[in-house]
Design a protein around this ligand. Structure first.
Ligand SMILES: Cc1cc2nc3c(=O)[nH]c(=O)nc-3n(C[C@H](O)[C@H](O)[C@H](O)COP(=O)(O)OP(=O)(O)OC[C@H]3O[C@@H](n4cnc5c(N)ncnc54)[C@H](O)[C@@H]3O)c2cc1C
Length: 415
């Protein structure tokens, strides 16, 4: 399809939503460029998996060329499985079971998804470009300014620059995210150690949230098993694109209070893993083993925040997607799915306006009017779930950790 450059879209941030929108627009023949602060595509490990629900999968299906969507499904884990809530000794409180239909909720490896989203965008993703401001003027009406003083002209600017968005204060004044009391240290550990899976059969297809008796402490883990090896699947469906290794792993997260995170730990891999090890004393031996065998360079510390509903959109031809506008704590697996949903929705409205000759600011306003209700419903759901599970709402925590586990058998015997 030929690309006309009289209408050009500049996206700040090559994360999930930025790349998904770029795929959508490129497929529709719209001139689109993505500007990313990182110096290259795979400089961070991004080593964890992500659960894609029906919204995330639908957005990918609408945005990606068919072979790339098939690649996401082929390399993902098997659909279905369970989410188990247990006490710290892995005694079941209750279990949620997911449907195992072909397009139902499934886990995908984040690095693999990133490589899929980058496929075919050659020359459209520009690295080492840190967005700093949106200005009116230039040949297309707007200019995106970078921290090094350079600018690029655009008809539409989209901020997809994540939770620390540099453009948010300008585009949605008064909508800075609110801090929460909670934080998470995330890691990954090899699934197979000494030739055997570290996860017992009973938990093979389960994510597990183990709640400590002490409110405000919990441990999450789940194994990521690649359906087809990325090397084979990429060779078949996206030859020439980078295929990650495809070694199965366990992704885990220790949830703790922000006040328990000593200053100076952020960015220090060893200190973060040591903190996770100290805080997981008292949990089941399987959990402690996961922390002890973690791959150091995949350790990440996140301070959880919740987005605030924008009251005003300051520039009609500029908008925002994903964590930049609706950050949420990672409870319920909505953040990335909502970001992907934004991308497909904005892409749809921009392409429709172009083909009907409608003003682009009306398309953007329609996107914002539809996005805010579903996105902030997800923010509220994630924040409520965090409060219930981490103990700031005491009654459910007590039932989950003290009452229900006593009614169930031990899931994983302790050695
Ligand atoms: C451990 C963990 C597990 C998670 N699991 C799930 C899950 O299972 N399901 C789910 O739906 N969600 C999950 N999430 C949430 C999900 O990862 C985020 O909601 C999602 O990545 C947001 O996408 P985004 O496009 O808004 O931003 P991001 O994917 O964060 O991308 C933002 C991009 O912008 C770049 N950037 C930043 N500043 C600038 C700048 N000034 N200029 C240019 N570029 C910039 C960044 O380098 C980055 O590449 C999880 C989060 C965490 C931390």
């Amino acid at each position: 399809m030929s690309v006309s450059t009289d209408f050009t879209v500049a996206i700040a941030g090559a994360g999930l939503s930025g790349l998904c929108l770029a795929q959508y627009l490129q497929r529709a023949g719209v001139d689109v460029h993505v500007y990313e602060r990182d110096p290259g595509p795979f400089v961070r490990r991004q080593g964890y998996r992500i659960i894609l629900d029906r919204h995330g999968l639908e957005a990918l299906r609408e945005s990606l060329p068919r072979p790339l969507y098939r690649l996401a499904l082929a390399t993902g884990d098997e659909p279905g499985g369970h989410l188990r809530f247990t006490d710290s000794r892995l005694r079941n409180a209750f279990t949620i079971t997911f449907k195992d239909e072909p397009h139902a909720t499934r886990q995908v490896d984040r690095l693999t998804l990133r490589s899929i989203l980058l496929s075919g965008l050659d020359g459209r993703v520009h690295y080492g470009r840190s967005a700093a401001a949106v200005e009116r003027g230039g040949p297309h009406g707007l200019q995106l300014r970078f921290s090094d003083g350079r600018t690029t002209a655009a008809t539409v600017v989209v901020a997809a620059d994540g939770i620390g968005s540099a453009l948010r204060a300008q585009l949605t004044p008064d909508a800075a995210p609110e801090n929460t009391p909670m934080a998470g240290i995330y890691g990954r550990s090899p699934l197979r150690q000494h030739g055997e899976s570290v996860i017992p059969d009973a938990l093979r297809t389960s994510g597990v949230l183990a709640l400590a008796h002490r409110p405000g402490r919990a441990f999450f883990f789940t194994s990521m098993r690649f359906g087809e090896s990325p090397r084979d699947a990429f060779a078949r469906l996206a030859p020439g694109s980078y295929a990650p290794t495809g070694d199965d792993y366990v992704m885990w997260g220790l949830l703790l209070k922000q006040e328990e995170v000593p200053t100076g730990v952020h960015g220090d891999l060893l200190a973060m893993r040591d903190l996770a090890a100290r805080m997981s004393v008292g949990f089941h031996p399987l959990i402690r083993r996961l922390v002890d065998t973690a791959e150091l360079d995949a350790t990440v510390l996140n301070l959880f925040a919740t987005g605030r509903r924008p009251r005003r959109w300051a520039i009609p031809n500029a908008t925002m997607m994903g964590d930049a506008v609706h950050a949420m704590p990672p409870f319920g697996a909505h953040g990335g799915n909502t970001a992907l949903r934004d991308a497909a929705l904005l892409g749809h409205h921009l392409v429709e306006a172009r083909s009907n000759g409608e003003p682009v600011e009306e398309a953007i306003a329609r996107y914002q009017d539809e996005m805010v209700p579903y996105a902030f419903h997800a923010v509220d759901t994630a924040a409520t779930l965090m409060r219930r599970l981490t103990g700031s709402a005491p009654a459910p925590h007590w039932i989950l950790t003290r009452v229900l586990p006593k009614l169930h058998r031990v899931t994983v015997p302790e050695a």
